[in-house]
Ligand binder design. Structure first.
Ligand code: NOJ
Length: 535
């Protein structure tokens, strides 16, 4: 029997290269830095790494503004460094996922520079969304950028170009076949260099409709798309059904073509995961139909409260929706765009939730530093570099807090990350959160992750679906306990602030914090903690 493809239930470790490890003392992480720490990554027990962009870029949006998608930015090294990284990863049986950015290029990309020069009506401009101003001189429509401010910027001859993100990130026109041809070239370039898969940035955004039509409530829509803006959920959901530039049917045609390209590499099992923030949630499953992509990110746990009803609903919905297209869900508690989970829900809760999630079917994504229990970095406004902060005049603080470099060793900041000044400051208060110090502490978050991922591989990968345990004491009917069984394992999470008894059978394998006691034949699960039992 053919075994499941490697990505099906893989644990994937997201590396933000700029913040991982600096090999040359310039204060920014780089590819040789990643390569030098691959043993650490391997020992975590993950199956693959996903590298956020390291391509040539003026770095206006953390490298998601790509000036040449087929080369490495000198800040990160060169193509030989990329090859070496891939080779060293493969030597350790780690797969490598590259991050591809098809919605936009940097304004420094040669195509955009050529479009500026060639002028209105040229074929160079047709690769982007260039339009004349309205008669009154205003932009072609009233859309607002996801980073704040108008979605349009005017060039010297009076035309405007569309950018859903920063003004330095002109959106590509996917109706122009040259665009797809260029991206297929890029996909092949990296596959031929050795990568095993792709994370597709803004996968839901490539095709736009009604580019010359105003939206009735552009500010409301922009707020609804920002998870850091509070809004009544019904109002938000209604607005999210009206986005003219996301989740159009045409995107699926693109992924059907790409799937054929991936499949043409046969046994290499090239995979792709879509970053697609879509509404309603059922739409996400369209990206993982059999002839499209392999995985789609499930972002629900990035914002979910630590609450049994909320978490039950998220897990149940994710599993059942994916099942309709014969896919498995993905799980992520943190990434480079959102607050770190330990800051958002609390340290103990973050450990409990990680252990809960590692038992579930599907792929688990871990954002580098999450395994250490890192909180968001505390930054001064003068440190911030995120275009969201800059484009909203500081009203929105942005994502830099999650991107502070990793603390590796020693007692003083920057804790071995760099011999120079790190691009974002690392707080001295992270002294006990370094890799070195956590390796020395068997109760650390790092050991919890390592042990859990080993047990996940041994008992859970390929173990099929879950069964919720619904007795009065554990199951989604209780406010304090959420529990399921899968294969030979029973997973019990106590969400409350006091220890709770449960009648889970079996031998304790691991607990996220505290000690599991036995009392009158029952197990006592510590507050804010998850335990796995082997039956
Ligand atoms: C999503 C990426 O994760 C984010 O970091 C980036 O700013 C936007 N896409 C635009 O590329």
């Amino acid at each position: 029997m053919k075994s499941a493809p490697w990505w099906k239930e893989a644990t994937i470790y997201q590396i933000y290269p700029r913040s991982f490890f600096d090999s040359n003392g310039d204060g920014e992480g780089d590819l040789p830095g990643v390569t030098s720490q691959l043993d650490y990554v391997k020992n975590l027990g993950v199956d693959a790494i996903w590298l956020s962009p390291f391509y040539t870029s003026p770095n206006k949006d953390g490298g998601y503004d790509v000036a040449n998608p087929r080369d490495v930015d000198p800040r990160f090294g060169n193509l030989d460094d990329a090859k070496e990284l891939i080779a060293q990863a493969h030597k350790r049986n780690l797969r490598v996922i590259a991050d591809i950015v098809p919605n936009h290029f940097s304004d420094q990309h040669e195509w955009f520079q050529a479009a500026l020069k060639a002028g209105r009506g040229s074929k160079e401009r047709e690769r982007f969304h260039f339009y004349d101003a309205n008669e009154d001189g205003t932009p072609p429509n009233n859309w607002i950028s996801l980073f704040g401010g108008p979605s349009w910027t005017q060039v010297a001859d009076g035309q405007f170009y569309l950018h859903l993100f920063d003004s330095s990130q002109p959106d590509l026109n996917w109706e122009n076949p040259e665009v797809n041809a260029d991206f297929e070239k890029t996909l092949r370039f990296w596959i031929d260099l050795g990568v095993d898969g792709f994370r597709i940035d803004v996968a839901h955004g490539l095709v736009k409709e009604d580019v010359l039509t105003n939206h009735p409530d552009p500010q409301g829509l922009s707020n609804a798309l920002r998870l850091d803006v509070a809004m009544d959920s019904e109002v938000r959901n209604a607005l999210l059904l009206t986005v003219p530039y996301f989740d159009r049917q045409g995107v699926h045609e693109i992924y059907r073509k790409w799937r054929k390209l991936f499949d043409s590499y046969g046994e290499r099992e090239i995979m792709a995961v879509a970053e697609a923030w879509v509404h309603p949630p059922v739409n996400a499953t369209r990206y993982v139909r059999a002839d499209e992509l392999h995985q789609v990110f499930n972002f629900d746990l990035l914002t979910a409260e630590f609450d049994s009803k909320v978490l039950f609903d998220v897990v149940e919905r994710s599993i059942s929706l994916n099942a309709t297209v014969n896919a498995l869900p993905t799980w992520a508690l943190s990434n480079h765009d959102s607050p770190r989970v330990a800051s958002r829900i609390g340290e103990e809760q973050a450990r409990a939730l990680a252990l809960f999630v590692f038992g579930l079917p599907g792929s688990a994504y871990v954002f580098a530093g999450q395994e250490l229990g890192l909180p968001d970095g505390q930054l001064q406004d003068s440190d911030r570099q995120d275009p969201t902060f800059l484009r909203t005049n500081g009203q929105i603080k942005g994502r830099d807090g999650a991107r502070v470099p990793l603390p590796w060793s020693g007692n003083t900041t920057p804790f071995g990350f760099s011999t120079g000044k790190p691009w974002l400051p690392i707080s001295q208060s992270w002294k006990d959160l370094t890799v070195e110090s956590e390796l020395a502490d068997p109760k650390s978050s790092l050991h919890l992750y390592r042990n859990a991922l080993e047990l996940r591989k041994e008992f859970l990968v390929g173990a099929g679906g879950i069964t919720w345990l619904e007795s009065s004491q554990h199951g989604h009917k209780s406010d304090s306990l959420l529990s399921y069984s899968r294969g030979a394992i029973t997973v019990v999470m106590n969400l409350s602030d006091s220890a709770v008894e449960c009648d889970a059978d079996g031998r304790l394998l691991i607990v996220s914090g505290g000690t599991v006691d036995a009392r009158d034949g029952k197990k006592v699960i510590p507050a804010r903690s998850t335990a796995w039992f082997l039956t």
